[in-house]
Design a binder for this molecule. Structure first.
Ligand code: FES
Length: 108
């Protein structure tokens, strides 16, 4: 994303005067609430349309907040919500560690 797009998004968000729910992808609470009103009632669906949870932290900073907003607006209990599947790496790691990894087969 270029600076121009980022600036447009920042202006759009400040106009909405809303709290940022997903810091990594700069998704506001208003955007989440609007998507829920439009019929997207699971974190998985919100991830697909808003990119929420697709940032550096892989949703650790926003998914619980999003789940609470969904529960509040729809009445669907958090335990019944469909969350996105976690993909490796489960935690952020330095690329240096991956570069040091050596695969050793059982045959050698
Ligand atoms: S805060 Fe949403 S992906 Fe990091």
């Amino acid at each position: 994303m270029g600076h121009g797009n980022r600036t447009k998004r920042a202006v759009k968000k400040s106009a909405l005067n809303s709290i940022i729910v997903c810091r990594c992808e700069e998704i506001s609470e208003d955007e989440v609430r609007q998507a829920i009103k439009n019929g997207y009632h699971s974190p998985e669906e919100l991830k697909r349309i808003l990119r929420i949870g697709m940032g550096h932290c892989s949703g650790r900073g926003c998914m619980r907040v999003v789940a609470r907003i969904i529960e509040e607006m729809t009445g669907i209990p958090i335990a019944k919500l469909q969350f996105p599947k976690s993909r490796p790496p489960v935690k952020p790691i330095k690329l240096q560690l991956l570069g040091q990894y050596r695969y050793e087969s059982k045959d050698s």
